[in-house]
Design a protein around this ligand. Structure first.
Ligand SMILES: [Zn+2]
Length: 408
């Protein structure tokens, strides 16, 4: 049997011939087998009994095979049954091989008997294989079924901070109107933060009371007080025309209280092109207000002065909370907490970019004009969502983020 077992492992063709049962004893030369079969040389001195091809023997083999097929409980077991009962070493296969050596007048009957018997066993094998495979697949599907009614892991998921969500929404607006988003460093040079923006050496915002300078005192470096330096960087790098929104963190030497924080967020817009006027500025602000606050907002400009714009204006949005939102012919609610009864909300500064700023950034003011504006993101969040105290935004209480963080 070791010879047979080894043959299935792939013995050379020449060796296989020697391993077959001789039906008619024919003297064969004793040839060396492969190393593992040396111990049992096949020779006339160890004759292998020739298979008997009669109905009783073949019938018994078929019965044994059918019984084993019926008893197989899995496709793996059936595989072993197949090897045992119709494999190379099986009675049926051996008988099949022996047919060729039978006397001529017996070949047809033997062939029919063996062929039909083997066919019957193969048919049963195929049927049982199908049956067992189907059962196994069904069992696997049942085992993998997901019970959707089982309790789930209810650990709370994180959410973006409300400021981040709002900033994303603001960015979406500017990208939607074809502008680009520009960012820059928070540690900035004094030249980019003040000089390039036409703020003279005596400008009060340069004072140590407003600006956080980096040591040593004459380093010329500071924490940016506005995102305007990003506008200058964008103009220097990209030139005109240019349409950019610059969101980011800015710093001022303020104590934190309900309406102030030493660190807060701004978004500034800058448009540089030919034939731009204040009308383009107002149109952009109207569209921005509609996107952030909804409705059909009304924008108002009040004259003001900033070093980096000329003319300059404070921009007010019509209150989006009380009656005032309906239009200029509707009075504000005197108790409105958003507009304080005035009907208007102060939003920030804006204006046409000062020619000196354009020159500092390498843009010819004779050829190009532009407008710019700046908005505080915390202020928008407070107005829009009714956040009463700025400290709530920065304190990191998860209840605040849960309330405003997932959707604004
Ligand atoms: Zn109001």
């Amino acid at each position: 049997m070791r010879c047979v077992a080894h043959r299935r492992d792939g013995a050379p063709e020449a060796v296989r011939g020697l391993l077959e049962w001789p039906v008619v004893p024919v003297p064969r030369p004793v040839r060396p087998l492969c190393p593992r079969t040396k111990a049992i040389p096949v020779s006339e001195s160890s004759p292998t009994p020739a298979p008997v091809i009669d109905e009783a023997t073949i019938g018994a083999a078929v019965d044994a095979a059918l019984a084993a097929i019926a008893a197989a409980a899995s496709t793996d077991e059936l595989k072993q049954v197949r090897i045992q009962h119709v494999g190379d070493a099986s009675v049926l296969s051996s008988a099949n091989r022996a047919i060729k050596d039978l006397p001529k007048d017996q070949k047809a009957a033997a062939g029919k008997l063996v062929g039909q018997s083997k066919g019957r066993v193969q048919k049963e094998l195929a049927a049982r294989q199908q049956q067992l495979a189907a059962a196994e697949e069904e069992a696997a599907l049942a085992a993998e079924t997901v019970d959707v009614t089982l309790p789930t892991d209810l650990r709370p998921r994180g959410a973006s901070h409300p400021l981040t969500v709002l900033q994303d929404r603001i960015n979406d607006f500017f990208v939607g109107i074809g502008w680009e988003i520009a960012e820059g460093p928070e540690i900035e040079s004094e030249w980019l933060n003040f000089d390039a923006l036409n703020a003279d050496a005596e400008h009060p915002s340069r004072s140590m009371q407003d600006t956080l300078y980096l040591a040593p005192e004459d380093s010329g470096m500071l924490l940016r007080t506005q995102t305007s330096p990003v506008q200058i960087r964008a103009m220097l790098e990209r030139g005109a025309p240019l349409y950019v929104a610059c969101p980011g963190t800015v710093y001022r030497a303020d104590e934190i209280d309900a309406t102030h924080s030493p660190m807060f967020h701004q978004v500034e817009g800058l448009a540089i092109g030919k034939d731009l006027t204040m009308a383009n500025l107002v149109g952009t602000l109207d569209a921005f207000a509609a996107h952030i606050f909804g409705g059909a907002p009304i924008t108002r400009l009040r004259p003001n002065h900033f070093p980096f714009t000329e003319p300059s204006a404070e921009m007010d949005f019509r209150c989006f909370r009380c009656e005032a939102r309906e239009g200029l012919d509707h009075d504000a609610d005197p108790n409105c907490r958003v507009c304080g009864g005035t009907g208007w909300i102060e939003m920030g500064g804006c204006g046409m970019v000062h020619p000196n700023v354009l020159r500092a950034a390498g843009v010819d003011p004779e050829e190009y004009q532009g407008f710019a504006f700046g908005l505080g993101i915390e202020r928008i969040l407070m107005l829009r969502n009714g956040v009463a105290d700025m400290r709530d935004i920065v304190e990191g209480d998860v209840r605040f983020s849960q309330h405003y963080g997932t959707e604004i």
